[in-house]
Design a protein around this ligand. Structure first.
Ligand SMILES: [Zn+2]
Length: 248
């Protein structure tokens, strides 16, 4: 019984531990390097990977509806059809913004700098904060907003980005001039509806039960977590034990 529950708990991890066929002395291996040896280079590369991973994790941690999170992720990955991206793919003749014609249309331009974006920001109480943001790629923009203590506001900012992008598309493809006030109201309404629903779900006992069935979670930074699997062969009176110890 116990064995089964352990196996279920971390089956994938257990499978990936290579076991020696003959007994060997334990040794510490730096498994980010092929030879198992630590080098500054591999340490540095790992630090970069962790930094970038944490960056992407921050997007998924936002308290936003899935469609807005996916939009932010696509914007940060530069996957959306901006004039610059379409020009790179030789679909457009030039990378200039079709709406204001005042500059290259990348994600930052479309969501922060463009005439239309500025009109929308003016209808929010975040205009001053947004104006201080340096011109960067969208992932760095999200981080600088978070660093500036606007973490609680980033959900709102992301909703405005999403609504701005939709307003742009309406203007470009349907010729409908967007009303900036309405765009902001739409973003707010979607965000409020989602967050109040989240709040209700957190209250319900069902969601507590669902949370218990979550997959492996890292331990807090001061602790280590052990996942183990053991098996006993009754006839030959042999036992085997495997464990993975991980920090945060
Ligand atoms: Zn523009």
């Amino acid at each position: 019984m116990l064995n089964q529950s352990f196996a279920r708990m971390d089956a994938d991890i257990i499978k990936s531990i290579p076991l020696p066929r003959t007994p060997q002395e334990d040794e510490i291996i730096w498994h980010y390097d092929r030879k198992g040896l630590y080098s500054v280079k591999s340490g540095y590369q790992l630090a970069l990977k962790i930094k970038s991973f944490t960056g992407w994790q921050n997007i998924w941690k936002l308290n936003l509806p899935g469609k807005i999170k996916i939009f932010v992720w696509k914007a940060a990955k530069n996957l959306l059809p901006t004039a610059e991206n379409l020009w790179r793919r030789k679909i457009l003749q030039e990378p200039i913004c079709t709406i204001c014609k005042a500059g290259r249309e990348d994600m930052f331009h479309a969501l922060m700098e463009c005439k239309l974006a500025r009109k929308i920001w003016r209808c929010t109480d975040l205009e001053a904060a947004v104006q201080t943001v340096r011109r960067e790629d969208m992932l760095s923009t999200i981080h600088s907003l978070m660093r500036k203590g606007a973490k609680s506001e980033i959900d709102y900012v992301a909703s405005i980005w999403w609504a701005t992008w939709h307003a742009r598309n309406k203007l470009l493809f349907e010729g409908k001039k967007p009303d900036p006030m309405e765009t902001v109201a739409r973003a707010k309404a979607i965000l409020d509806a989602y967050q109040s629903m989240q709040f209700k779900e957190q209250e319900s006992p069902r969601s507590i039960k669902e949370k218990k069935t979550q997959r492996w979670n890292p331990p807090p930074s001061t602790k280590l977590k052990i996942n183990a699997d053991a098996t006993v062969h009754a006839e030959s009176q042999m036992a085997g034990l495997r464990a993975v110890i991980r920090n945060s």
